[in-house]
Design a protein around this ligand. Sequence first.
Ligand code: DC
Length: 224
Amino acid sequence: MKISVAIDGPAAAGKSTVAKRVASILGFIYIDTGAMYRAFTYYVLKKGVDPQNEAASCALIPEVFIELLPGGKVLCNDEDVTDVIRETRISSNVSYIASYKAIRLHLVDLQREMAEKGSVVMDGRDIGTYVLPNAEVKIFQIASVETRAVRRYEENIQKGIKCELKEIEEDLRRRDYIDSHREFAPLKAAADSVLIDTSFMSVEEVVNTILSIIKRKTGVGEVK
Ligand code: DC
């Protein structure tokens, strides 16, 4: 039986951490769709194109080839961009790129192709509403903007990326706004999704909650 688990929610709500764990526990493929928008943004900046220029950014679609490798590596035209796509210059421009319909349609095609290959846990903003509307399990994961800012700050510091907490919080608010107000496939909870507020939950608790929802809805997996 092929199962799709969609995990959506705002930036830095801890989606990728729990999605990765859930996928590895169940032996499902993990697909980080945000990494694809980030890799595209990387290429736009590399080409010296202004990410706020929709026509010029979309014109690059035919020359961008993005791959997500099983171990978590992200390739953009065979270049390993796994770490560089987490830098602030990418984070602060990716919402523009993700708001362009042509780019979304292109990346959504790739995402659906990947989901065809087997059971997946896919995280993003529009997975339950647009990319995989028939997903067996849909989670909408949220956390307060303050909690999310602290989490992203600590993550960056651990990776040696220089940053300011206040700037991260402002950037998250700005991205939340752009992501949820764009015209095409905005960030929105699917009507049939389960809402999880992770503000006061540990990663372990969120993972176990999602595993029990999957077990209840599909019968797959073990719950502690
Ligand atoms: O999850 P993330 O922070 O890596 O996502 C990067 C950006 O990509 C974010 O600003 C929203 C956008 N995105 C999107 O619009 N749709 C998705 N399915 C995934 C990410």
